[in-house]
Design a binder for this molecule. Sequence first.
Ligand SMILES: *Cc1c(COP(=O)(O)O)cnc(C)c1O
Length: 367
Amino acid sequence: MGRIRFVDLHAQYQSLKSEIDAAISGVVEQCAFVGGPYVEGFAEQFAAEYGAAHCITVANGTDAIYIVLKMLGIGAGDEVITTASSWIATSETISQTGATPVFVDVDEYLHIDVEKIEQALSSRTRVILPVHLYGQPADLDAITDIAERHGLYVVEDCAQAHFAEYRSKRVGLFGAAGTFSFYPGKNLGAYGDAGAIITDDSDLASRCKMFANHGAKRKHEHEIEGINSRLDGIQAAILSVKLKYIHQWTEQRRVVAASYDEGLAEISQITPLGRRSHSKHVFHLYVVQTENRDGLRQFLADHGVQTGIHYPTPLPLLRAYDHLGLTAEQFPRAARMHRQILSLPIYPEMTGEMVNEVVAAIRAFYE
Ligand SMILES: *Cc1c(COP(=O)(O)O)cnc(C)c1O
Protein backbone atom coordinates (compact mmCIF):
# COMPACT_ATOMS: atom_id res chain seq x y z
CA MET A 1 0.00 0.00 0.00
CA GLY A 2 1.28 3.44 -0.95
CA ARG A 3 1.86 6.30 1.40
CA ILE A 4 -1.14 8.62 1.76
CA ARG A 5 -0.33 11.95 3.28
CA PHE A 6 -2.68 13.94 5.43
CA VAL A 7 -2.28 16.92 3.09
CA ASP A 8 -0.18 17.29 -0.04
CA LEU A 9 0.65 20.93 -0.70
CA HIS A 10 3.14 19.95 -3.36
CA ALA A 11 0.43 18.49 -5.61
CA GLN A 12 -1.29 21.88 -5.72
CA TYR A 13 1.94 23.75 -6.42
CA GLN A 14 2.68 21.41 -9.33
CA SER A 15 -0.73 22.12 -10.82
CA LEU A 16 -0.16 25.92 -10.70
CA LYS A 17 3.62 26.12 -10.91
CA SER A 18 3.96 28.51 -13.84
CA GLU A 19 1.31 30.94 -12.54
CA ILE A 20 2.71 30.94 -9.00
CA ASP A 21 6.31 31.32 -10.13
CA ALA A 22 5.35 34.25 -12.37
CA ALA A 23 3.42 35.89 -9.53
CA ILE A 24 6.38 35.59 -7.15
CA SER A 25 8.88 36.95 -9.64
CA GLY A 26 6.53 39.84 -10.46
CA VAL A 27 6.63 40.94 -6.82
CA VAL A 28 10.39 40.57 -6.65
CA GLU A 29 10.90 42.49 -9.91
CA GLN A 30 8.83 45.39 -8.58
CA CYS A 31 10.23 45.14 -5.03
CA ALA A 32 6.61 45.29 -3.79
CA PHE A 33 7.56 43.34 -0.66
CA VAL A 34 5.29 44.68 2.07
CA GLY A 35 1.97 46.38 1.38
CA GLY A 36 1.72 47.83 -2.13
CA PRO A 37 -0.25 46.87 -5.23
CA TYR A 38 -0.33 43.10 -4.75
CA VAL A 39 -1.60 43.39 -1.20
CA GLU A 40 -4.21 45.98 -2.14
CA GLY A 41 -5.20 43.91 -5.14
CA PHE A 42 -5.74 40.77 -3.10
CA ALA A 43 -7.73 42.65 -0.43
CA GLU A 44 -10.06 43.99 -3.11
CA GLN A 45 -10.41 40.63 -4.83
CA PHE A 46 -11.12 38.77 -1.60
CA ALA A 47 -13.75 41.30 -0.48
CA ALA A 48 -15.43 41.20 -3.90
CA GLU A 49 -15.33 37.41 -4.17
CA TYR A 50 -16.64 37.04 -0.64
CA GLY A 51 -19.32 39.69 -0.96
CA ALA A 52 -18.00 41.80 1.93
CA ALA A 53 -17.69 45.59 1.88
CA HIS A 54 -14.15 45.54 3.31
CA CYS A 55 -11.20 43.19 3.60
CA ILE A 56 -8.21 44.10 5.76
CA THR A 57 -5.20 41.91 5.16
CA VAL A 58 -3.02 41.08 8.16
CA ALA A 59 -0.02 38.93 9.02
CA ASN A 60 -1.92 35.78 10.10
CA GLY A 61 -5.28 34.48 11.26
CA THR A 62 -4.43 34.86 14.93
CA ASP A 63 -3.76 38.59 14.56
CA ALA A 64 -7.02 38.90 12.61
CA ILE A 65 -8.99 37.85 15.71
CA TYR A 66 -6.88 39.94 18.10
CA ILE A 67 -7.19 43.07 15.95
CA VAL A 68 -10.97 42.80 15.62
CA LEU A 69 -11.43 42.26 19.37
CA LYS A 70 -9.15 45.19 20.22
CA MET A 71 -10.89 47.48 17.76
CA LEU A 72 -14.28 46.52 19.18
CA GLY A 73 -12.90 47.90 22.42
CA ILE A 74 -12.55 44.57 24.20
CA GLY A 75 -10.07 44.59 27.06
CA ALA A 76 -9.46 44.04 30.77
CA GLY A 77 -12.61 43.26 32.71
CA ASP A 78 -14.50 42.00 29.66
CA GLU A 79 -15.52 38.42 28.92
CA VAL A 80 -15.68 36.75 25.53
CA ILE A 81 -17.74 33.61 25.11
CA THR A 82 -16.18 30.96 22.92
CA THR A 83 -16.15 27.25 22.20
CA ALA A 84 -14.29 24.54 24.10
CA SER A 85 -13.19 23.01 20.77
CA SER A 86 -10.78 24.96 18.65
CA TRP A 87 -7.18 25.82 18.00
CA ILE A 88 -5.65 27.92 20.76
CA ALA A 89 -5.52 31.04 18.56
CA THR A 90 -9.25 31.46 19.20
CA SER A 91 -8.89 31.87 22.96
CA GLU A 92 -5.31 33.12 23.16
CA THR A 93 -6.31 36.31 21.34
CA ILE A 94 -9.10 36.95 23.84
CA SER A 95 -6.54 36.86 26.66
CA GLN A 96 -4.14 39.03 24.63
CA THR A 97 -6.67 41.88 24.76
CA GLY A 98 -6.78 41.57 28.56
CA ALA A 99 -10.27 40.02 28.48
CA THR A 100 -11.15 36.57 29.83
CA PRO A 101 -12.21 33.67 27.61
CA VAL A 102 -15.37 31.97 28.86
CA PHE A 103 -15.54 28.50 27.38
CA VAL A 104 -18.79 26.75 26.50
CA ASP A 105 -19.14 23.02 25.84
CA VAL A 106 -19.82 21.82 22.29
CA ASP A 107 -22.79 20.39 20.42
CA GLU A 108 -22.71 17.17 18.36
CA TYR A 109 -20.90 19.02 15.52
CA LEU A 110 -18.12 20.23 17.83
CA HIS A 111 -19.40 23.80 17.64
CA ILE A 112 -20.28 26.03 20.57
CA ASP A 113 -23.46 24.57 22.15
CA VAL A 114 -26.01 27.34 21.77
CA GLU A 115 -28.15 25.79 24.53
CA LYS A 116 -25.34 26.57 26.97
CA ILE A 117 -24.42 30.08 25.91
CA GLU A 118 -26.98 31.96 28.00
CA GLN A 119 -25.89 30.34 31.25
CA ALA A 120 -22.34 31.49 30.51
CA LEU A 121 -23.30 35.14 30.09
CA SER A 122 -22.50 37.73 32.76
CA SER A 123 -22.66 41.48 33.03
CA ARG A 124 -19.11 41.53 31.64
CA THR A 125 -19.84 39.56 28.45
CA ARG A 126 -19.19 41.59 25.31
CA VAL A 127 -18.66 39.15 22.44
CA ILE A 128 -19.63 35.68 21.25
CA LEU A 129 -16.78 34.18 19.22
CA PRO A 130 -17.95 31.04 17.40
CA VAL A 131 -15.60 28.88 15.32
CA HIS A 132 -16.79 27.20 12.13
CA LEU A 133 -14.71 24.19 12.99
CA TYR A 134 -13.49 21.86 10.23
CA GLY A 135 -15.22 24.00 7.58
CA GLN A 136 -18.78 23.56 8.78
CA PRO A 137 -20.84 26.56 9.96
CA ALA A 138 -21.78 26.78 13.63
CA ASP A 139 -25.43 27.40 14.61
CA LEU A 140 -25.51 31.01 13.46
CA ASP A 141 -29.28 31.51 13.77
CA ALA A 142 -29.17 30.88 17.49
CA ILE A 143 -25.85 32.66 18.02
CA THR A 144 -26.95 35.87 16.30
CA ASP A 145 -30.30 35.71 18.09
CA ILE A 146 -28.68 35.45 21.53
CA ALA A 147 -26.21 38.20 20.65
CA GLU A 148 -28.97 40.53 19.54
CA ARG A 149 -31.06 39.91 22.63
CA HIS A 150 -28.13 40.63 24.94
CA GLY A 151 -26.44 43.42 22.97
CA LEU A 152 -23.28 41.43 22.21
CA TYR A 153 -20.95 41.46 19.22
CA VAL A 154 -20.46 38.32 17.16
CA VAL A 155 -16.98 37.74 15.72
CA GLU A 156 -16.70 34.64 13.54
CA ASP A 157 -13.45 32.65 13.43
CA CYS A 158 -13.54 31.47 9.80
CA ALA A 159 -9.94 30.19 9.70
CA GLN A 160 -11.16 26.74 8.61
CA ALA A 161 -14.25 27.77 6.69
CA HIS A 162 -13.48 29.95 3.65
CA PHE A 163 -16.70 30.34 1.63
CA ALA A 164 -18.73 27.93 3.78
CA GLU A 165 -22.42 28.86 3.82
CA TYR A 166 -25.18 28.95 6.38
CA ARG A 167 -28.68 29.40 4.96
CA SER A 168 -27.12 30.40 1.62
CA LYS A 169 -25.06 33.20 3.21
CA ARG A 170 -21.32 32.95 3.62
CA VAL A 171 -19.87 32.61 7.08
CA GLY A 172 -17.98 35.67 8.24
CA LEU A 173 -20.84 37.97 7.22
CA PHE A 174 -23.15 37.28 10.17
CA GLY A 175 -21.63 39.47 12.87
CA ALA A 176 -19.33 42.45 13.34
CA ALA A 177 -16.51 40.75 11.43
CA GLY A 178 -15.16 37.46 10.14
CA THR A 179 -11.51 36.45 10.52
CA PHE A 180 -9.52 34.25 8.17
CA SER A 181 -6.21 32.45 8.16
CA PHE A 182 -4.32 31.75 4.95
CA TYR A 183 -1.78 29.49 6.66
CA PRO A 184 -0.43 27.12 3.97
CA GLY A 185 -2.59 24.15 5.01
CA LYS A 186 -5.87 26.09 5.14
CA ASN A 187 -8.39 25.81 2.29
CA LEU A 188 -6.99 29.02 0.79
CA GLY A 189 -3.34 28.93 1.75
CA ALA A 190 -0.37 31.23 1.17
CA TYR A 191 3.28 30.12 1.16
CA GLY A 192 3.85 31.45 4.64
CA ASP A 193 1.71 33.19 7.24
CA ALA A 194 -1.18 35.38 6.10
CA GLY A 195 -4.63 36.40 7.34
CA ALA A 196 -7.55 38.73 6.77
CA ILE A 197 -10.57 40.36 8.36
CA ILE A 198 -13.83 40.98 6.50
CA THR A 199 -16.53 43.35 7.65
CA ASP A 200 -19.34 45.48 6.29
CA ASP A 201 -18.68 48.11 8.97
CA SER A 202 -16.59 50.90 7.40
CA ASP A 203 -15.61 52.41 10.71
CA LEU A 204 -14.46 49.07 12.16
CA ALA A 205 -12.61 48.36 8.91
CA SER A 206 -10.67 51.59 9.01
CA ARG A 207 -9.78 51.14 12.70
CA CYS A 208 -8.56 47.56 12.09
CA LYS A 209 -6.48 48.68 9.13
CA MET A 210 -4.94 51.48 11.15
CA PHE A 211 -4.22 49.31 14.22
CA ALA A 212 -2.56 46.63 12.08
CA ASN A 213 -0.28 49.30 10.64
CA HIS A 214 1.20 50.88 13.80
CA GLY A 215 -1.90 52.95 14.39
CA ALA A 216 -1.35 55.11 11.33
CA LYS A 217 -3.76 55.83 8.48
CA ARG A 218 -1.05 57.85 6.78
CA LYS A 219 2.68 57.45 7.07
CA HIS A 220 4.05 59.03 10.29
CA GLU A 221 0.58 60.10 11.46
CA HIS A 222 0.08 57.68 14.34
CA GLU A 223 -3.34 58.24 15.86
CA ILE A 224 -2.96 55.38 18.32
CA GLU A 225 -0.32 52.81 19.21
CA GLY A 226 -0.94 49.81 17.04
CA ILE A 227 0.91 46.67 16.04
CA ASN A 228 2.83 45.52 13.01
CA SER A 229 0.61 42.97 11.30
CA ARG A 230 1.12 43.37 7.58
CA LEU A 231 0.75 41.00 4.68
CA ASP A 232 3.72 40.52 2.33
CA GLY A 233 3.44 41.18 -1.38
CA ILE A 234 4.61 37.67 -2.22
CA GLN A 235 1.89 36.08 -0.09
CA ALA A 236 -0.73 38.40 -1.58
CA ALA A 237 0.34 37.63 -5.15
CA ILE A 238 0.17 33.88 -4.44
CA LEU A 239 -3.24 34.26 -2.80
CA SER A 240 -4.56 36.21 -5.81
CA VAL A 241 -3.59 33.31 -8.07
CA LYS A 242 -5.11 30.74 -5.73
CA LEU A 243 -8.33 32.68 -5.14
CA LYS A 244 -9.33 31.91 -8.75
CA TYR A 245 -9.39 28.20 -7.93
CA ILE A 246 -10.93 28.18 -4.46
CA HIS A 247 -14.47 27.23 -5.51
CA GLN A 248 -13.17 24.44 -7.71
CA TRP A 249 -11.03 23.14 -4.84
CA THR A 250 -13.95 23.31 -2.45
CA GLU A 251 -16.00 21.20 -4.89
CA GLN A 252 -13.13 18.71 -5.09
CA ARG A 253 -13.02 18.53 -1.27
CA ARG A 254 -16.76 17.80 -1.28
CA VAL A 255 -16.25 14.98 -3.78
CA VAL A 256 -13.56 13.46 -1.53
CA ALA A 257 -15.89 13.81 1.48
CA ALA A 258 -18.77 12.17 -0.40
CA SER A 259 -16.50 9.25 -1.33
CA TYR A 260 -15.53 8.81 2.31
CA ASP A 261 -19.20 8.98 3.35
CA GLU A 262 -20.04 6.24 0.91
CA GLY A 263 -17.07 4.03 1.73
CA LEU A 264 -17.43 4.37 5.49
CA ALA A 265 -21.20 3.88 5.57
CA GLU A 266 -20.85 0.12 5.91
CA ILE A 267 -18.24 0.23 8.70
CA SER A 268 -20.37 0.36 11.82
CA GLN A 269 -17.54 1.12 14.26
CA ILE A 270 -16.82 4.49 12.72
CA THR A 271 -19.14 7.49 12.35
CA PRO A 272 -18.40 10.60 10.30
CA LEU A 273 -19.05 13.77 12.31
CA GLY A 274 -22.65 14.94 11.70
CA ARG A 275 -23.58 17.59 9.14
CA ARG A 276 -25.67 20.55 10.13
CA SER A 277 -28.73 21.19 7.98
CA HIS A 278 -29.12 24.47 6.01
CA SER A 279 -25.37 24.70 5.62
CA LYS A 280 -22.61 24.08 3.11
CA HIS A 281 -19.52 22.48 4.57
CA VAL A 282 -16.16 23.21 2.92
CA PHE A 283 -14.36 20.19 4.45
CA HIS A 284 -11.16 21.75 5.68
CA LEU A 285 -11.03 18.50 7.60
CA TYR A 286 -12.91 15.21 7.30
CA VAL A 287 -13.44 14.03 10.85
CA VAL A 288 -14.76 10.69 12.07
CA GLN A 289 -15.54 9.43 15.55
CA THR A 290 -14.63 6.02 16.86
CA GLU A 291 -14.21 4.34 20.24
CA ASN A 292 -10.77 2.92 19.52
CA ARG A 293 -9.32 6.07 18.01
CA ASP A 294 -5.71 5.62 19.10
CA GLY A 295 -5.61 2.00 17.96
CA LEU A 296 -7.04 2.89 14.57
CA ARG A 297 -4.65 5.81 14.20
CA GLN A 298 -1.62 3.60 14.91
CA PHE A 299 -2.86 0.91 12.51
CA LEU A 300 -3.34 3.47 9.73
CA ALA A 301 0.13 4.91 10.36
CA ASP A 302 1.59 1.40 10.12
CA HIS A 303 -0.22 1.00 6.80
CA GLY A 304 1.04 4.27 5.31
CA VAL A 305 -1.99 6.48 6.01
CA GLN A 306 -1.30 9.74 7.84
CA THR A 307 -4.07 11.08 10.05
CA GLY A 308 -4.45 13.96 12.51
CA ILE A 309 -6.30 14.82 15.73
CA HIS A 310 -7.92 18.24 15.80
CA TYR A 311 -7.47 18.62 18.66
CA PRO A 312 -6.20 16.21 21.31
CA THR A 313 -7.34 18.42 24.23
CA PRO A 314 -10.31 20.79 24.55
CA LEU A 315 -9.12 24.37 25.06
CA PRO A 316 -10.26 24.78 28.69
CA LEU A 317 -8.34 21.65 29.69
CA LEU A 318 -5.01 22.80 28.24
CA ARG A 319 -2.29 23.58 30.75
CA ALA A 320 -2.39 27.18 29.51
CA TYR A 321 -5.79 27.53 31.24
CA ASP A 322 -4.92 25.88 34.55
CA HIS A 323 -5.39 29.27 36.19
CA LEU A 324 -9.09 29.22 35.27
CA GLY A 325 -9.51 26.03 37.31
CA LEU A 326 -11.80 24.33 34.78
CA THR A 327 -12.49 20.58 34.78
CA ALA A 328 -13.54 17.93 32.28
CA GLU A 329 -16.88 17.55 34.12
CA GLN A 330 -17.78 21.09 33.02
CA PHE A 331 -17.24 20.17 29.35
CA PRO A 332 -18.53 16.61 29.17
CA ARG A 333 -19.26 16.51 25.45
CA ALA A 334 -15.94 18.07 24.42
CA ALA A 335 -14.05 15.82 26.84
CA ARG A 336 -15.68 12.72 25.35
CA MET A 337 -15.55 13.73 21.70
CA HIS A 338 -11.92 14.79 21.81
CA ARG A 339 -11.04 11.18 22.73
CA GLN A 340 -12.96 9.86 19.72
CA ILE A 341 -12.17 12.22 16.85
CA LEU A 342 -9.80 11.40 14.04
CA SER A 343 -9.11 13.53 10.96
CA LEU A 344 -8.63 11.53 7.75
CA PRO A 345 -6.52 12.75 4.82
CA ILE A 346 -8.33 15.29 2.67
CA TYR A 347 -7.19 17.80 0.06
CA PRO A 348 -8.56 18.79 -3.34
CA GLU A 349 -6.08 16.74 -5.37
CA MET A 350 -6.84 13.52 -3.49
CA THR A 351 -8.16 10.87 -5.89
CA GLY A 352 -11.02 8.44 -5.45
CA GLU A 353 -8.48 5.65 -5.49
CA MET A 354 -6.67 7.17 -2.54
CA VAL A 355 -9.91 7.49 -0.61
CA ASN A 356 -10.62 3.83 -1.35
CA GLU A 357 -7.20 2.91 0.02
CA VAL A 358 -7.87 4.77 3.25
CA VAL A 359 -11.30 3.15 3.58
CA ALA A 360 -9.80 -0.29 2.88
CA ALA A 361 -7.20 0.24 5.60
CA ILE A 362 -9.91 1.27 8.08
CA ARG A 363 -11.97 -1.78 7.14
CA ALA A 364 -8.91 -4.00 7.62
CA PHE A 365 -8.40 -2.63 11.13
CA TYR A 366 -11.95 -3.53 12.21
CA GLU A 367 -11.78 -6.97 10.59
C1 LIG B 1 -5.44 28.26 11.85
C2 LIG B 1 -6.41 28.77 12.83
C3 LIG B 1 -6.28 30.04 13.44
C4 LIG B 1 -5.05 30.88 13.36
O1 LIG B 1 -4.56 31.16 12.13
P1 LIG B 1 -3.00 31.45 11.90
O2 LIG B 1 -2.97 32.00 10.52
O3 LIG B 1 -2.27 30.16 12.04
O4 LIG B 1 -2.57 32.46 12.91
C5 LIG B 1 -7.31 30.50 14.24
N1 LIG B 1 -8.39 29.75 14.47
C6 LIG B 1 -8.55 28.52 13.94
C7 LIG B 1 -9.78 27.76 14.22
C8 LIG B 1 -7.56 27.99 13.11
O5 LIG B 1 -7.72 26.76 12.60
